[in-house]
Design a protein around this ligand. Sequence first.
Ligand code: DC
Length: 231
Amino acid sequence: MNDSRICTIDGPAGAGKSTVAKAVARSLGWQLLDTGAIYRALAVVAEARAVAWDAEPALAALATEMNVRFQLEGDRNRMFVTVGQQPEEEVTGKLRTPEISNGASAVSKLPTVRAALLGLQRRLGERGEVVVEGRDTGTVVFPTAGAKFFLTASAEERARRRWDELRAAGQDIDFARVLGEQVARDEQDTQRAAAPLRQADDAALVDSSGVPLEAVIARIADAVRARFRLT
Ligand code: DC
């Protein structure tokens, strides 16, 4: 049995992972490691340097030079990036545009990019007492994590949640487009050769369709407490 005090939450886009992971981390008093934000940050950094999202060697070189830092402030998980010797830059506000979502999906397909970001993710989680959110965190990044969850929901429900978020953020976008992009991204994430999205054998499946996220949060936090005998 694995005893690392790491809780991984993997699953497709829009299943509520970010909300759930953040709330579980807060409930346990643990750190939060958002691995999707790392792929998003690489897309932001690449765009700023005019590196194309399919230029694998250049992207892998950037990924090797990239360092990141998170700062959880209330509901906001602020993110700061350093590339090589350049000054640190905050990228929080740049991560969640539809364009960067596509860029992150594209760069995350590239095996040498994934390999370059593996060490960074492991370093950020090595002290334990961390909730890690992503696609392959229970299968590849932290295979010995002591508590693993695979959080999913129907495609319509996931698209509707993402649509609500985008509209709340002031973006005027129609539902059909959000659903279409969601399905395309799922396809890319599950079909890619490098670390495709899949449930770890020892992960608990949690389907959040029609379930309030508060209930999902309580269920996962309680399971982690029971698993590590936390009070
Ligand atoms: O969870 P997210 O939408 O912020 O992730 C952005 C992209 O990064 C998404 O296309 C999936 C990819 N990703 C990945 O390949 N592996 C991870 N561990 C996390 C995210």
